[in-house]
Structures are given as C-alpha cells and as structure tokens.
Ligand binder design. Sequence first.
Ligand SMILES: [Zn+2]
Length: 394
Amino acid sequence: MAHDPRQAAQSRWLGAAALLGVVRSEPGITRAAAAQHLGIGSGNATELASRLREARLLDEEPAPAQGRGRPTTLLGPHAQGPLVLAVDLRASDWRLALAGIDGRAEVVRRSGYPDDPEAALAQIAKAIGAVYRRNPKRLRAIAIAVAGPVSGVRLGQFPSRGWNDVDLSVLTAKIADRADIGLLVGNDATLAGLAEARTGAAREAVTALHLIVAQGIGGTLVVNGEPVTGAHGAAGEYGHIPFAEPDLECPCGARGCWDLTVDGRALARHLGDPSPDDPVGYVHTIIGNRDARTRRALAAVASSLGRGIGALVNLHDPDIVTLGGAAVPLRAAAPEAFADAYRDALMAFRKSAPPPVRDGVHGEDGPLHGAVELALDHVVTPAGVADWVALQDI
Ligand SMILES: [Zn+2]
C-alpha cells in the first residue's frame, strides 16, 4: 500500500481530535471525566492532554481536590489556540464574532450596510481582513451565516439587501493566501437549527426540526447533530412549500408559498397596511395591539404557522420542533389558534403524542452560534488538528 503522509498525519491525530471534541462539548471537563468519556486509561489521557497542550490546542489547570480521588485537571481551550470567525449577515446589520474551540463567541465588530451591494461586501471583507491580521496564525476557519438561499459559497439572493447571486468568497479577499483558511457558508435558518440541536432546546433530540420566521419562514431538519442540507446546501426552504393560496405570488418566483402567510407581510395584508420593509420590526410594532382586528390577523398568522408545522411533522417525524425569530412572539400572541391548527393538521395516529413545539434558546444569536459550530466542525477533526500542528513552530 502506498504511504500517504497526509493520511498518516490524520490518523496520528484521531485520538487528539476525539479529546478536543469532548472539551468542545463540555469546556471545563476534568481530564479524568474526559478519559472515561473516551474509554481510555488515565495514563493515555495524561499523555494525550500534554501533547495537545504543547500543540497549543488545550490548556490544563489543576482541578479542585475532590474527596480521595486522584488529582486531575480541568481541560479548556489554549489561550493561543485556534480561532474561528463567524460572519452573521442579517437583514439590517452584519456582525463578526470570534470563538475558540469551546465555541464561546465574542462579537468583535458590528455595522450597518452601505446601500451599494459592492461597497457593503468590500466593507465586510475589510473588517474580516483586519480580524485576520490581528490573529494571522490562529484563524483557521470562517463561517458565514446569511438570510438567503446558499449553494456552496454562492448566495442565491439576499432579498432584504437586494443582492443577487453573490460569490461570498470575495469576503476573504483581504486575507493573504486564503486557500489555507476554511470558508463555509450556511443559510441563517439552517445554522440557527444547528445551534439549537447542538447546544440549545433540541440538544437531547436525535431528529429535530427548527423553524424561524423573519421575512418569510425558513428552517432545517437536523438529524444526529447534522443539518440535512441537500445536494447543494440549499435544502430547508420550507417557506416555499405551497401551503398558501395559489393566487399569492412570491418574490421567489413560485406561487402560493407558505412564506406569504406567516410573517409581518402577512399581518400587514390582513390589516390593510402596505407591505413593510422590515417585516420583523412590523410584527413587534403591532403585536401589543389588542383590538379585535389585530387579534384576528394574529390568529390567522399563528394558524398558518401551526398548520404548516403539523404538515412538516407528518413529513419528517421529528422528536421536537423548535421555533426562532418572530415565530416565537407570533405563537405567543395567539397560542390557541396555533395549537388548534397544529393538532388539526396532524394525522390521527400522531395526535395523542405530538412532538413538543418549543421556543429556541439562542434567540436572534442562533445563526451566529450555528456558524461557530459549522466552522469548528472544520477545525476539530483529525485533518484540522494535523494542519494546525503543522503550522505551529514547535
Ligand atoms: Zn416562494
């Protein structure tokens, strides 16, 4: 068999990546508990942890003594360890956040967009370049969360900014030798669902469905901690299933899209208001009004939400459904209308024990946390560890 040095390096770091994975999901875990988790002896764990400390991947500090147990250490990210950058492109502003292998994200830059799409992309690329120059050896992956359909590193459309078919790799234009840093792109709803499944309200679920209302509704099915993204990464466009009347025309090019009945635009249509530029802002403005007309409009929107979710439960059979964005206040504004429509849409055999529909815990930070998870998935692998070690001057 031919000797493949890259493969050899990867298998050498298999155990290391597994230990990093444990620290990633439980930062501050003791070395003894991590060894137990991996089913390795304490001598092996000690040796592995010290290799990872030397490689600036982990740090150890003495754990407080507990009873008569042997002394152990607490494992956490190394102060000079790898970093990932999450880029959160939202409808009205963008944010950059850095995280180490414990996934704790710190927002380092936030700004509104210039009107011109090219100027906006250049502004963000410049900010990403500045973050890179402050951490040239540590930044290992960049993950972009964006409120639009994505395919590879291409963004199909970003309706709230008027961007169409943008190659998002231009955002790393200010990084020298950028081939070395992983660039990943995910739809915001997909990444919010990933965050709920990994660290949020669906943490215990094997099959979880997440739905988020902003301008329209998006979501993702997450199975065993991985979003089902389709052949090109564009799956989960739940808003463009024709759950609405076919005479409604959707900006996506299809007709009768569910999108048009579950967001601020739908509320405005019921209330005879012009279609709002900021549908989420519109929901928050009118949700406190308790007049009969507003209540009817809210009930209609909550019903459409519940009915569609029932249909998706029939389709996907999830353990749990989690909600994000404006779906949370919209359900809360008309909980009975939502619950009735949800139950009515379920097939009879599901009605006695339907999956719970819970509010997500990450709120509007879901896409940001999901981007961190996506980027770390790229870094905390045997190949990622082998690349990191090769870069270190040790
Ligand atoms: Zn549509």
